[in-house]
Design a protein around this ligand. Sequence first.
Ligand SMILES: [Zn+2]
Length: 272
Amino acid sequence: MLVDSHAHLDFVDDLKELLDRANGAGVSKIVTIGTSIECSKKCIEIAEKYSSDDLQIYATCGIHPEDGKADVGKYGDQLMSELGKVAKSSKKVVGIGECGLDYFLDSSGQRPDTSEQEKQFQRKLFGEQIRLAADLDLPLVVHCRNGWGEIFDLISKSQASNSKLCGVFHSWTGNVEAMDKALNLGFYISFSGIVTFKNAKDIQEVARKAPNGQVLVETDSPFLSPESLRGKKNAPENVRIIASFLSKIRNQSFDDIVTATSSCAQKLFNLW
Ligand SMILES: [Zn+2]
């Protein structure tokens, strides 16, 4: 059975119907991802309310560098203790994040590049969540746009004092060189619908080379629909399309991909 390791179920109106469809498509576990304090609480509520024998839902708690930003002003110095409190409030919480670096480097001139001040702010917020994950002995769900060198640096420095620190780079968009670094840190790589895009050659190369023992699949729904459904709202059932794409380009059977990615997700998040 498939695991969708990264979805945003708090965006969904008719959750019951969506979960039935996911289960019908062979999905047995979904991790719904927190991006702010309120969102993290909602994810826990969803995991507690909608889990069933056929489909278990788990939650993560985190402050996203863009979407969770307002919480920094709202909670100030208390933000991490508040996040820790929420994370400890339910057995359904299996990770810290999504958190990380979201740097904008624009070539079209539509939006200015991320300023040094903003970068410092994001580094601090990420560093605090790395420490929280280590304190709570939970894996990190990492979001990275254009900050690879810095993100690897921050993680490897933290591992010097917390050797058990582990996690996943969600919705992978890096090249093979970045993959090697991520794998050397003992982190997992999770492929979303982006890997199926026609122009995603670098990411597909990573998807061919990444070892079975460190690969997850996810939808990041309702965002990032796979190539065949672009423009439509994404849903956890489409994790099947990503697994099937991986099976083709990796030359492995669909069942092997399902087994490998599901056991990686179970191991990383300690799913029961
Ligand atoms: Zn996400």
